[in-house]
Design a protein. Structure first.
Length: 262
């Protein structure tokens, strides 16, 4: 029971971080009715897990400016790897498919490749930049899910677009994440975006995880797809034997491209 309480408390800390960008120990103590000593211990452990970065008297999300506020900076990170993953992912898509793309920078790279395709597709996305990229191809019917646009965000958040998903048959959902482990599956920092992603996963016939090597064996606060919900796992490098064994248990098909498309 104590362990559950700790997990719930730390999720609340990250929820406050997602909204306020930075928190103070004093402020958290007042909001959560928890002692400052306990919260300092939480922040220390959470920093060790890579979930946040401690500051004097409080904490911020790790690399907050790069990971959340400045999408263009995040987009440039591991760009060659994302291009490689996108080239492998597009081999799964066929003319007439309806596909679902999240708002990740990896999905945006896939969208740029898709923009040059001659396939006639319906593309549903929560990514603002992805939708703008795809609109230039007349063969693509692009649907932008409804939601809330946060300051500095590239995505639509919340579940306002869920009703739209109920009316569409989705063949493939292509998604990335902040981290992936066999125990937690696909995880992200933004708990509001995670709510939408959970619904997107539930509506898709097949889920394709687009995960570059830097995100493997890293876990964030909120899981939106467990290992048994993933159908394809694509990365720029092969995973370890232990991970591969677990994936085989759940019939996850793995694709590890070797060609350099950069």
């Amino acid at each position: 029971m104590t362990k559950l309480f700790v997990a719930e408390r730390r999720q609340k800390i990250l929820e406050h971080l997602n909204v306020d960008r930075r928190v103070t120990v004093r402020g958290l103590a007042e909001k959560m009715k928890v002692s400052e000593v306990t919260l300092r211990s939480d922040l220390k452990d959470m920093e060790n897990e890579g979930l946040l970065r401690r500051t004097h008297g409080g904490a911020v999300l790790p690399d907050a400016e790069e990971n959340e506020i400045n999408f263009s900076s995040r987009e440039k990170k591991n760009k060659a790897e994302k291009i490689t993953i996108a080239h492998m992912a597009i081999t799964l898509i066929e003319d007439g498919h309806c596909i679902l793309l999240d708002a990740s920078s990896t999905a945006l790279e896939f969208g740029r490749l898709l923009k040059e395709s001659q396939m006639r597709l319906t593309v549903v996305t929560s990514g603002i930049y992805t939708a703008l990229e795809l609109r230039e191809n007349p063969n693509l019917t692009v649907i932008l899910l409804g939601g809330v646009v946060r300051n500095g965000s590239s995505s639509l958040e919340g579940i306002l677009g869920i009703d739209m998903l109920d009316k569409i048959h989705v063949d493939f959902m292509l998604t990335s994440a902040s981290g992936f482990t066999v125990n937690t599956g696909l995880t992200d920092f933004n708990v509001y975006e995670v709510d939408l992603k959970k619904h997107m996963v539930a509506k898709a016939s097949k889920v394709v995880a687009l995960i570059d090597h830097s995100k493997i064996n890293k876990s964030s606060i909120s899981s939106f797809a467990s290992l048994n919900e993933i159908d394809y796992f694509i990365s720029d490098e092969p995973v370890s034997g232990d991970i591969l064994t677990e994936m085989e248990k759940y019939n996850v098909q793995t694709l590890f491209p070797l060609a350099d498309y950069s």
